[in-house]
Design a protein around this ligand. Structure first.
Ligand SMILES: Cc1cc2nc3c(=O)[nH]c(=O)nc-3n(C[C@H](O)[C@H](O)[C@H](O)COP(=O)(O)OP(=O)(O)OC[C@H]3O[C@@H](n4cnc5c(N)ncnc54)[C@H](O)[C@@H]3O)c2cc1C
Length: 447
């Protein structure tokens, strides 16, 4: 039977890719091998791209032997993917908002809405619900996909939760939701022809490598098309590629060709791109719609101060707070180290961490979080004995895809694949899989 399974994999041309393998054994009749006799309890925390996928596949591949409880602090999930199109009015928040209870019911899982913490000593997840009551969930495994939180500059401390997302003067708008509406309102109020928008990009790693440049393009398109002119200054904390140190555009973290072409071509005269720009301080005079300022240290050591009607700062990223509270992150690190064959935390094999919160060379992106979720679900199902262990030569593969609107009518794309390297215990990029659109097109936009 093992040979039959191996032959089937070869015929399908997927080699030893365990992300895909996870679904196959049941299909070739191995589902009853080493069947587990007890129902295992898994608590999935996070209803985003990672959490929702792993909850679905644990149920699907668990063959009735896994009880999945899915927890999120909200009752709905609002996607950051496509949220830049809210800024130009082509999407709305309801377009990107999904009911987590509906998804859980469809998957046959239980859903609880509330803020979770993990008590690793007693193997329990404690969920504080909106009414203040606490639900205690015992677990065999936790899968955590809490996304990111931020390290704010001291001058942005007001942004750290003391003001409502709806009235923040300097929103990041990087988790979707009300901050994106806030940012849109500020753009709408920018004056015609003379307005200035400043976008500050943090050092990598951050969520969605092309995302900030995509935002720059969408805003530049609004400035050009709707406002009839104005300025967008992009301060990028990342530095030029050491192989091309004089080419500032080589600091662009993804789809370098696409965004360089857009900034220097159709948006020339609107976009000023500054690499190696370390943000020192920000401020706001006159509340949400007043004027803003930013102070930036440039590569030559000089300081540049700018004022703007709209200031959009993406702060330094770190794993969601729950991962720090659970003691999963070593001192001095910002993301959770994991075994990339199962996404088990190196601090606790019963807590798996996927998506933006874990540490690896894979991009922090929803598509790759979906892939990681399948690798993780596959590993857990096998560890529970519901499916047989992986063959020794089967290694996880994942893939990533990004969709980048450039204008209100054109978009670009990026793909990358990753394969586990047993020698280094890393996910290495598969060279042939790395590609970006030759040119943004209306065809890609409409997909
Ligand atoms: C503008 C923009 C464009 C993007 N475009 C793309 C794209 O084209 N392609 C792509 O692949 N990716 C894209 N991304 C990136 C993508 O959105 C993220 O990488 C993805 O959302 C990460 O998924 P996640 O599951 O790790 O976290 P999230 O999706 O952030 O989900 C985390 C969930 O955990 C919950 N949570 C956190 N802490 C707790 C707690 N203590 N208790 C209960 N619940 C908790 C949160 O409420 C949230 O629902 C984009 C991002 C942005 C900002």
């Amino acid at each position: 039977m093992d040979n039959k399974r191996r032959e089937l994999l070869k015929m399908m041309g997927i080699g030893t890719a365990s992300a895909a393998v996870g679904v196959l054994p049941a299909a070739v009749g191995l589902g009853n091998a080493q069947a587990a006799t007890v129902v295992k309890k898994v608590v999935v925390i996070g209803g985003g791209f990672g959490g929702s996928t792993v909850a679905k596949y644990l149920k699907l591949w668990g063959q009735g032997k896994i009880a999945v409880t899915h927890v999120d602090m909200n009752t709905t999930y609002t996607s950051p993917i496509l949220s830049n199109l809210i800024l130009n009015g082509q999407k709305t928040l309801p377009n990107l908002t999904f009911s987590l209870a509906t998804a859980a019911a469809r998957n046959g899982n239980r859903f609880i809405s509330g803020k979770a913490v993990i008590d690793r000593d007693n193997r329990k997840v404690l969920v504080t619900k909106a009414d203040g009551s606490i639900v205690k969930l015992a677990y065999d495994k936790v899968v955590l996909s809490p996304g990111v939180d931020f390290n704010y500059l001291p001058s942005m401390s007001f942004a750290n939760g003391t003001l409502s997302d709806k009235i923040l003067p300097i929103p990041h708008a990087w988790k979707s939701g009300n901050q994106v509406i806030n940012l849109k309102n500020q753009i709408d109020k920018m004056p015609a022809k003379t307005g200035t928008f400043v976008l500050c990009i943090p050092k990598k790693p951050y969520r969605c490598p092309p995302g900030p440049y995509e935002r720059a393009c969408v805003v530049a398109d609004i400035i050009k098309r709707v406002k009839g002119g104005g300025k967008l200054i992009v301060f990028d904390a990342n530095t030029a590629n050491p192989l091309t140190p004089t080419d500032k555009y080589s600091a662009i973290q993804a789809e370098t060709h696409t965004f360089t072409t857009a900034f220097t071509g159709q948006f020339a005269g609107i976009v000023e791109y500054v690499s190696n720009a370390e943000l020192l301080e920000v401020g706001s005079v006159g509340g949400q719609f007043g004027s803003k300022f930013a102070s930036v240290k440039l590569g030559d050591g000089s300081i540049r101060n700018v004022s703007a009607q709209v200031l959009n700062v993406l702060p330094e990223h770190k794993a969601g707070d729950i991962a720090f509270a659970a003691g999963l992150i070593p001192l001095g690190s910002r993301f959770v180290p994991v075994d990339l064959q199962s996404y088990a935390s190196t601090a606790d094999p019963n807590v798996h961490v996927i998506g933006d919160a874990h540490s690896s060379s894979q991009p922090k992106a929803g598509h790759v979080a979906n892939s990681e979720a399948k690798v993780c679900a596959d590993a857990i199902v096998r560890e529970f004995g519901i499916l047989p262990p992986r063959f020794a030569d089967e290694v996880p593969v994942t893939n990533s895809a990004c969709y980048s609107p450039i204008t209100h009518q054109t978009a670009s794309w990026l793909t990358a694949g990753y394969r586990y390297n047993p020698a280094t215990a890393t996910m290495d990029r598969v060279v042939e899989s790395f590609n970006e659109a030759e040119t943004p097109s209306a065809d890609t936009f409409s997909v």
